[in-house]
Design a protein around this ligand. Structure first.
Ligand code: 13P
Length: 253
């Protein structure tokens, strides 16, 4: 296990109405109250953010959004700014999730703009990267990740990136029940950390947290977390039920 404080983050995707999200957040708050050694974050859908923020007040659970738009305000129907997210109570925001890349036209360039907007409003970006199954089979994993990292963090310096979290989510492992082996996760996380060291220096590479995402469940979380470059998990399906998610938070017990 690494010396970095682990972060276990739940991406609720398009699940739960406001009242369902509040109920789950309340249960989770009680379940994970005792944890100090692990940071916890949940990312409900936009319409639930403000209510969930009220529920989480004074708790040890951070609130994140699942996306943002980089402009501050204006005629951008359907979009939401980093300032609005911060105002709703968010401290984190997921950026560049593969579902956004796959279904909603997200590119490395828009990811870069979003990361800058988040950092400008002191939101912690959870920057998602990952290769598809075809890319892995073609031996392109590292070149795909290299491009995603370089372009996503383009023109940013070490000083800008405080707090940034990277989430490695192989697309073939998301929602499929097919988790990367811990060796695959370690090898890839090691590659990402070395690349970050090349780009931003050793001190940054030493502290940046790299989460693994893709079918993380109570029965595989511990093995993954034991790897030296795996600093946490970004969890979809298994984050929806508070009991199950709390087992991930207490992976070490
Ligand atoms: P699953 O845990 O459902 O595979 O989803 C992972 C994910 O996409 C988290 O962002």
């Amino acid at each position: 296990m690494s010396s970095r404080t682990p972060l276990i983050a739940g991406n609720w995707k398009m699940h739960k109405t406001g009242s369902q999200a509040v109920e789950a957040a309340n249960q989770l708050r009680i379940l994970v109250e005792a944890t100090r050694a692990v940071e916890v974050m949940i990312a409900p859908t936009y319409t639930a953010l403000y209510q969930v923020a009220q529920t989480l007040k004074g708790s040890n659970i951070a609130l994140g959004a699942q996306d943002l738009y980089w402009e501050k305000q204006g005629a951008f129907t359907g979009e939401i700014s980093s300032e609005m997210l911060a105002d709703a109570g968010c401290s984190h925001v997921i950026i560049g999730h593969s579902e956004r890349r796959q279904f909603f036209g997200e590119t490395d360039e828009t990811v870069n703009r979003k990361i800058r907007a988040a950092l400008a409003d002191n939101l912690i970006p959870v920057f998602c990267i990952g290769e598809s199954e075809t890319q892995r089979e073609a031996g392109e994993t590292f070149s795909v990740l290299d491009k995603q990292v370089r372009d996503g963090l383009k023109d940013l310096g070490f000083g800008d990136l405080t707090g940034l979290v990277v989430a490695y989510e192989p697309v073939w492992a998301i929602g499929t029940g097919k988790t990367a082996t811990r060796e695959q996760a370690q090898e890839t996380h090691r590659f990402i950390r070395s690349l970050l060291e090349t780009l931003f220096g050793k001190p940054f590479a030493g502290v940046v947290r790299i989460l693994y995402g893709g079918s993380v469940k109570p029965d595989n979380v511990r093995a993954l977390m034991e790897m030296p470059d795996v600093d946490g998990a970004l969890v979809g399906g298994a984050s929806l039920d508070p009991e199950t998610f709390s087992k991930l938070v207490f992976f070490n017990d």
